[in-house]
Design a protein around this ligand. Structure first.
Ligand SMILES: [Zn+2]
Length: 309
């Protein structure tokens, strides 16, 4: 039996069994759905499976029957916005998320004003981002108590910035590149330093831009943190709304201030440099989506295809 027909019959059976608005399903439990495939034609997930460290999107295509959608994946919220393809929500599979099966849930109000829920099991697949071995003087590995103290204080600031979830989506359309330079594919890579593997993978993409190269805002947003940090050097964090944050590290100069609202392409917001704990000039560019650290080039590619304008 074709899958779509099968789903239609299931839906018909569901409404015969639970015709009134006071059933357990209608209160938000939703029909049980298992397996990895899209069983409900109203909800599609792209890509499926999703890479560890990769971005994904959920598209709800039946606009008449879906109101106030709010999703959850890996304990993180998914916000929806209008695109030509339907209501679309973005999510990320964090670079350190264990590969496996995860539920992706969308709650909404249906056409009869009742709460409803769609749920789909999504596979997060592993991806080999590589490992590199480097040797540095041990003095650069062993940090002083003062350095550790400073880094801990700054982590509290950056954690707070990364936890920002402002409800309005401030950006539209494809993201731009933050700097005109070649990118290396170092996102997700792990480093073995003097033989010790750092469990934290590289959470951004590095651009090989020379010192002084101008950095632009790849999308509209608001500067929520700007300052000089021990590891990241001169850093800028931009909130693009709905839990999407981008960040720019190791700058020689910061040219924006906290609270400043930026348009897409506005700049320079800073100049490439080699501040913080780095060995040479480059731009470290990070993209976090509701706390999930995701591959910036993969995210940019996804925004090319959103049609949210
Ligand atoms: Zn980096």
């Amino acid at each position: 039996m074709p899958r779509v027909l099968f789903v239609s019959l299931l839906t018909a059976a569901f409404f015969l069994l639970f015709p009134a608005g006071n059933s357990a399903w209608a209160r938000g439990a939703g029909p049980a759905r298992t397996g990895e495939t899209a069983l409900d034609p109203r909800m599609s997930i792209i890509p499926s499976p999703v890479d560890r460290g990769g971005p994904g999107r959920v598209i709800l295509s039946d606009l008449d029957l879906i109101h106030e959608p709010a999703g959850v994946f890996d304990g993180k919220p998914i916000f929806f916005f209008a695109t030509r393809k339907g209501l679309t929500g973005l999510f990320g599979a964090d670079i350190m998320l264990e590969p496996g099966l995860y539920p992706l849930i969308v709650n909404y109000i249906d056409g009869r004003g009742q709460p409803f829920q769609l749920s789909q099991t999504l596979r997060v697949q592993d991806k080999d981002y590589g490992t590199r071995n480097i040797s540095v003087p041990q003095s650069q590995v062993d940090l002083s108590a003062a350095d550790l103290d400073r880094a801990a204080k700054e982590k509290a600031l950056t954690d707070a910035a990364l936890a920002t979830v402002s409800p309005i989506k401030l950006w539209r359309g494809p993201f731009l590149e933050p700097v005109k330079a070649a990118i290396n594919s170092s996102f997700g890579r792990q480093t073995r330093m003097n033989g010790i593997l750092n469990p934290r993978p590289h959470a951004g993409a590095d651009y090989r831009a020379p010192a002084g190269a101008p950095v632009q805002a790849p999308a509209a947003g608001r500067v929520i943190l700007a300052g000089d940090h021990f590891f990241a050097g001169n850093s800028i964090y931009i909130d693009h709304g709905q839990g999407l944050i981008s960040m720019y590290f190791h700058l020689s100069k910061i040219l924006v201030s906290e609270g400043q609202v930026l348009e897409k392409g506005e700049g320079p917001i800073g100049l490439v440099g080699q501040t913080g704990r780095v060995t040479g000039a480059h731009l470290h560019y990070g993209v976090y989506l509701n706390g999930a650290r995701i591959d910036p080039p993969a995210f940019r590619k996804m925004t090319d295809d959103l049609e949210d304008y």
